[in-house]
Design a binder for this molecule. Sequence first.
Ligand code: ATP
Length: 360
Amino acid sequence: MTGISIENLTKNWGEFRAVDDVSFTTKENQFVALLGPSGCGKSTTLRLIAGLDTISSGRISIGSEDVTHRPPAKRNLSMVFQSYALFPHLTAAENILFGLSVRGVPKAEQQTRLKRTADILGLGHLLDRRPSQMSGGQQQRVALGRALISETPVCLLDEPLSNLDAKLRAGMRAEIRALQKRLGITMIYVTHDQTEAMSMADKVILMNGGKIEQAGTPAELYEKPASVFVAEFIGTPPMNVLKTVKGANGAVIAGGNVTLTKATAAGLQFGIRPEHIKLVDKGEKAIVQASEFLGADTILTCRIGDQTLLVRMGGRPGLKDGSVVQLGWEPGAMHFFDQSSGWRRDDVAPSNSALFSAIS
Ligand code: ATP
């Protein structure tokens, strides 16, 4: 069993708390993404798990073993860094084998594992090249090879694809994911890119200010964001989150007319994803301010009162700037958040009046 269990992990740098009482578990063979904006503490969390930094408090278990106070080499894990950290004067083969040589693994065993690793990563024809003679993607595969050849059951990766261009990144995402599943490794993967986390991970842990904001499957974070922070971090474009005010029959979008919920509580924020908004015959009136054609679809920037919201539409709707449109959505697509805390409010029932009859 090589799942990982993190209990109440805290790391202080002087007065500053970079990781604040973080707890989570991963199952064996799971791909877990540690996601969040720059400075939220994800790399520090990974380095604590690796044993590269010392914890202030908490407990780290790998499998059934408490490794909290063990040095990195005794934690039975491998790590891949953003910088690749390849030795420039060594060939790809020498770079991949470096750790095994240091540990005195017999030469014949080294060669067997090198062949296996090179086959898995498609590196066979590059083994004699130095890093300067390889592309970024090839160097990245060598860095991965160095981790995989150690055959540890746990692999930690810190933004391993951020130096690659978009096309290569997309290819490597799929490769790493397939490798992880094929080899049955538990991976913890740090990224600030929500697309990467959502497309690769079995479980996403979204961090904010050193704490876990929400942990769950990609679908859970998308469909039921725990807070405005999550709602606005997940999805491209992100969820629209709008101020509401009290209308005649309940809460309405500030500047709008349609009753969103009969709840009269003040201080609600309303969330709706751009892809869940439709043009309807009779709905919430909005003015188109701009449209951005992306090929398969178009993002409309619309205005309700003094608030802006984005609407994703298939194809090229051909709406001129300044057009007046009617917007609608299903009640199930509506989200409510507390205005002051930002946390989700599941106790607020969406009003049926927001289910517009003529959804096109
Ligand atoms: P990024 O995506 O930019 O790498 P991150 O989420 O991985 O961000 P961390 O590198 O974990 O963030 O850093 C978390 C916080 O801890 C940051 O505010 C950072 O400045 C601080 N920090 C990290 N390492 C140290 C250190 N050695 N000394 C002092 N502060 C540190």
